[in-house]
Design a binder for this molecule. Structure first.
Ligand SMILES: *[C@@H]1O[C@H](CO)[C@@H](O)[C@H](O)[C@H]1NC(C)=O
Ligand SMILES: *[C@@H]1O[C@H](CO)[C@@H](O)[C@H](O)[C@H]1NC(C)=O
Length: 401
């Protein structure tokens, strides 16, 4: 009977005790995820882009390999031809890209001492940085001067400043993904499923910070439309999950004045429906027919939307069931990540939000930016130590069957 004895003990130690322990832990753990709004659980598969390249890695070149540590966002300065990107080690780096990706030159430019995420150019050549830990910076005088512009609004400090766009009037539009969780804890914000994000503006003339929208779910990328009439931005877990992908770098454009006008018009039309921020948002998108947004305006009439992962079955279940997110969060506290990512990509849409082309690859994850510069698509990443570059003429998206 020793074998059975062993087995029973083994069973007790390997299964029952951990099971009881996890129930006990579960009861003790204060992490309390919420149900998500029903529209966050809808996975649209109806808008298939006419053109697809599902082998984004084929023919891709890598820039700054080992020198760019998780370059999340990319901003391109047409005048100097330099690419600016923010890395996890606090550096805003400048990259001179060459005909051959291997010849590109990476320069450490300015270290914010935090985690630079979103980047945009101000009206006077300055670089505006959304630093996850520190707030909004103005880096001017070719990097010699760094000024903190704002790090709180309505008495609430930013905790995960994420993305920024600059209007032609000089006003900055930016997002704070969460006032509760910082960059290192960002997955817990998504798992908790509560709206801690805000879309804000900063007017450099009056130096005032305004909250345009609050109660957003992990507010992420933001862009200004070229005609300055609207903002496009995205919420990460609750965006329209287009093509079964999670849109992270969102984009949108909205001039705050115009935004107010839209709000008022909608109020007149349907006062009852505009009482909550979410319905205003939905109407906004409807009004402009913008599918959730994108990142990067290529100057040819398109937005580019980065998607760090496709939607896995576990993701779908987790979004539906808060209990699963609680277990995932508890496991994550022990250092295990259950939220596997797969199949990142970049979606090209026109200004009305109609999909044009989708570049993706199931072998890649955590793409966070797509920017078209000339014939190339440049992609930032929250995972890799490099910028990916694809020649769109040699490796175009093709008609999908
Ligand atoms: C660039 O460098 C990589 C890694 O060293 C190498 O595999 C590749 O062939 C190089 N490409 C060119 C065009 O030189
Ligand atoms: C950034 O700083 C420079 C130099 O002080 C200034 O000219 C510019 O207006 C500032 N930009 C913003 C958005 O504050």
């Amino acid at each position: 009977m020793p074998l059975l004895f062993f087995s029973r003990r083994f069973l007790i130690f390997s299964t029952i005790i951990p099971f009881i322990a996890s129930i006990a832990l579960y009861r003790v753990d204060t992490f309390d995820p919420s149900h998500l709004p029903a529209d966050a659980l809808v996975y649209s598969t109806t808008s298939i882009p006419p053109l697809v390249n599902d082998q984004l890695l084929t023919g891709a070149e890598f820039i700054g390999v080992g020198l760019l540590n998780k370059p999340e966002d990319i901003a391109y300065d047409r005048d100097s031809g330099l690419i600016y990107t923010g890395c996890v080690d606090g550096w805003v780096k400048r990259v001179k890209v060459m005909e051959s990706a291997n010849d590109s030159v990476v320069e450490n430019w300015v270290n914010t001492g935090g985690r630079p995420l979103g980047l945009a150019f101000g009206l006077h050549g300055e670089v505006i940085v959304a630093d996850a830990y520190k707030g909004m910076f103005n880096i001017s005088d070719d990097g010699r001067k760094t000024e903190l512009l704002t790090d709180e609004a309505e008495g609430v400090r930013f905790k995960l400043t994420d993305a920024v766009a600059v209007g032609d009037n000089g006003v900055l539009y930016f997002t704070d993904a969460s006032y509760k969780y910082d960059y290192s804890q960002s997955s817990f914000d998504v798992l908790e499923g509560k709206p801690h994000g805000r879309l804000m503006s900063f007017n450099p003339t009056t130096r005032t910070t305004r909250v345009l929208l609050k109660d957003l779910y992990f507010a992420n990328g933001v862009s200004m439309s070229p005609d300055q009439t609207h903002l496009v931005f995205c919420e990460t877990p609750c965006s329209v999950l287009f093509l079964n992908s999670i849109i992270s770098s969102l984009c949108a454009f909205i001039e705050s004045y115009h935004f107010k006008v839209v709000f008022l018009l909608l109020s007149e039309e349907d006062a009852a429906s505009t009482t909550s921020v979410r319905s205003v948002l939905r109407y906004l998108f409807k009004a402009y027919r913008v599918i959730q947004i994108t990142f990067g305006y290529d100057g040819d009439g398109h937005y580019w939307i980065a998607m760090p992962t496709g939607v896995t079955t576990l993701w779908k279940l987790s979004m539906r069931y808060p209990l699963l997110r609680k277990v995932t969060a508890m496991v994550a506290k022990w250092g295990f990540n259950l939220m596997f990512a797969e199949d990142a990509g970049v979606l090209q849409v026109d200004f009305d939000g109609n999909p044009i082309a989708f570049y993706h690859d199931h072998k890649i994850t955590h793409l966070t930016t797509g920017v078209k510069i000339g014939k190339y698509l440049y992609c930032g990443s929250l995972l890799h130590s490099r910028i990916l570059r694809l020649d769109l003429l040699n490796y175009p998206a093709q008609k999908s069957l």
